[in-house]
Design a protein around this ligand. Structure first.
Ligand SMILES: [Zn+2]
Length: 252
């Protein structure tokens, strides 16, 4: 069985038996993989407290050829999620990102999505509180884009016709804006020009963040959550995303 070593982020961790843990890892070089960390709950385990959800580091894996479950022989932890837990919206965004990654769970290498997740966790750790509403939208849209589902905004998602300036008709199921002809026969959400501009900033590669008051931020979260449910969830529930969308921003 080959032994490999790869940068990895823990997406989920479950107790298995008396002393072991099964983790799902986003790895940079081998996609999302499941592995058993034997003895992780023993008092003197070599894993210590490293294997928490959202921990990052170098994973050493003994690959199993017959089964989907590999063996984690070591995890050199580089980042722990402690400072992410300082505020609910910060942690909720991080867990929603991990959930989307886990949901799509490419078993083939997907370094773009891995890099987006790793960078997003670092950015979230240091971001000032006041930018979190727009930053969290930007990071989740970036993950959606890295996984290959960026929305169409300048051209009709159905037929590629250019979209005129001003308000747009947006359809989550169709994957973005629709031209006037297509919008006539579909159910769409109208985005006024300022919301369209904000969405365009949120989905662009540029670092700019649109200023969003709480009402507009909530509307953008609703739109993004609906978009993710259509394109990435395949009918599955996404509890971390639901929490991020609805409850994470309530004042304590
Ligand atoms: Zn069209």
């Amino acid at each position: 069985m080959p032994l490999i070593s790869t940068p990895a982020i823990v997406l989920s961790a479950l107790r298995y038996g008396e002393t072991s843990k099964i983790v799902r890892l986003a790895t940079r070089d081998h996609g999302v993989q499941s592995a058993i960390a034997k003895g992780a709950y023993r008092p003197k385990s070599r894993f210590g407290a490293a294997l928490q959800v959202l921990s990052g580091g170098q994973a050493h894996l003994l690959l199993s050829e017959r089964r989907d479950l590999h063996t984690l022989t070591g995890f050199d932890v580089a980042t722990l999620p402690l400072s992410l837990t300082s505020e609910v919206p910060r942690y909720a965004t991080a867990t929603a990102l991990a959930e989307v990654m886990l949901r799509v769970a490419p078993a083939e290498p997907h370094p773009d999505a891995y890099d987006v997740l790793e960078e997003a966790l670092a950015v979230l750790t240091d971001a000032p509180t006041e930018v979190l509403p727009s930053l969290s939208l930007k990071l989740l849209w970036r993950m959606v884009g890295a996984l290959g589902f960026a929305p169409a905004l300048d051209r009709c998602a159905r037929d590629g016709r250019p979209i005129e300036p001003g308000d747009i008709a947006f359809s989550a199921p169709e994957g973005g804006a629709l031209c006037r002809q297509c919008a006539r026969s579909m159910e769409t959400t109208t985005l006024p020009a300022d919301a369209r501009e904000a969405l365009s900033q949120l989905t662009s590669r540029e670092g700019t963040l649109p200023p969003l008051d709480s009402r507009h931020a909530a509307a953008h979260r609703r739109l993004l959550a609906r978009y993710i449910r259509y394109h990435l969830a395949e009918g599955a529930t996404l509890p971390a995303l639901e929490f991020w969308q609805l409850r994470a921003w309530d004042p304590a």
